[in-house]
Design a protein around this ligand. Structure first.
Ligand SMILES: Nc1ncnc2c1ncn2[C@@H]1O[C@H](COP(=O)(O)OP(=O)(O)OP(=O)(O)O)[C@@H](O)[C@H]1O
Ligand SMILES: [Mg+2]
Length: 287
């Protein structure tokens, strides 16, 4: 479990350009949870997650992993980086090897694994991301499609076999199909591998149907934290923070205001359809 205690981070500390990116963030991330971290641009999402694998060091505050502060003396940062895998925004920009297989082997080799062991892990990771087989292994990463490149980059992090997987805007710039593929892959990793997953996004719509918990961050502070339903009930306040609830939330509230007895907590199109049909007498029998 990860425990974040009153974390603050200031960029350019001590200069005239100080930027207080995190302003007292406290929360717990239990093992096996699937979390959406949402906030508008500049709210502090990337800053926060880079603390969780030790890439950035808090200005004040603490982070405990399984009860031990990652800032304690002799803490094994290398181990932390393999336990908490971080997939950056546009991770495909970091592909650099001559073949996909070599690229995915890079992380495990860096952990000190032999060539053979690294290859085995890389093959497993490529299989998980749907890029297995010689055709992909020996391809240059630069010859892959955009969505495939993204999956190869995710495979590179999975090959380190992390327990916690953090993805910074993993669907940015992908078409709807590419987006669905990546999100289903992530859901699979969570469900089948029991991984803890933190999915960073500025789109409620994207994460609504996947995650079990949403943390909303604004100006480096947590504003809402709960199940998607709980968080979307604050849709007016979310709007004031520059975030929109899923379209369905607005539709259902408008219908309720117009006198229909519909479920304003519906968060997916399917739930909304069922609820609307049920509210219409002529359809009641068929639902
Ligand atoms: N290297 C930096 N130097 C100074 N200020 C920075 C730096 N990086 C980020 N900031 C500031 O810190 C704040 C939080 O930035 P951060 O990148 O964490 O936001 P974000 O939520 O990830 O945004 P986005 O959705 O655009 O990726 C912003 O106000 C940003 O301007
Ligand atoms: Mg960011």
């Amino acid at each position: 479990m990860i425990e974040i205690k009153n974390l603050t981070y200031t960029y350019e500390q001590g200069t005239g350009y100080e930027a207080h990116a995190l302003n007292g963030v406290s929360t717990r991330i239990p093992d096996g949870q699937f979390i959406g971290l949402i906030g508008h641009t500049g709210s502090g999402k990337s800053t926060l997650i880079q603390h969780l694998n030790g890439l950035m060091k808090a200005t004040t505050g603490d982070i405990l992993v399984d009860g031990t502060s990652i800032y304690s003396e002799h803490y094994d940062m290398r181990k932390l980086r393999s336990t908490v895998g971080l997939v950056f925004q546009y991770p495909e920009h970091q592909l650099f090897e001559t073949t996909v297989l070599k690229d995915v082997m890079f992380g495990p080799k860096n952990l000190g694994l032999s060539d053979d062991a690294a290859k085995e892990r890389a093959r497993k990771a490529l299989e998980l991301t749907g890029l297995s087989g010689e055709r992909f292994e020996n391809a240059s990463p630069f010859d892959l499609s955009g969505g495939q490149k993204r999956r190869a980059a995710i495979a590179g992090v999975l090959a380190m076999e992390p327990k916690v997987l953090i993805l910074d805007e993993p669907t940015a710039g992908l078409d709807p199909r590419g987006r669905d593929e990546i999100l289903s892959l992530i859901r699979d990793l969570h469900e089948r591998r029991k991984m803890t997953v933190i999915l960073v996004s500025h789109s409620m719509e994207d994460v609504a149907q996947y995650v079990e918990r949403i943390i909303v961050i604004d100006s480096g502070k947590i504003r809402f934290d709960g199940t998607p339903r709980e968080v979307f009930r604050h849709y007016r306040e979310l709007e004031a923070l520059g975030l929109a609830a899923p379209q369905v939330t607005y539709l259902m509230h408008d219908l309720a205001d117009a006198g229909f007895t519909v479920d304003t907590d519906a968060i997916t199109v399917d739930e909304a359809r069922d609820s609307i049909l049920k509210s219409l007498p002529q359809f009641r029998r068929t639902v």
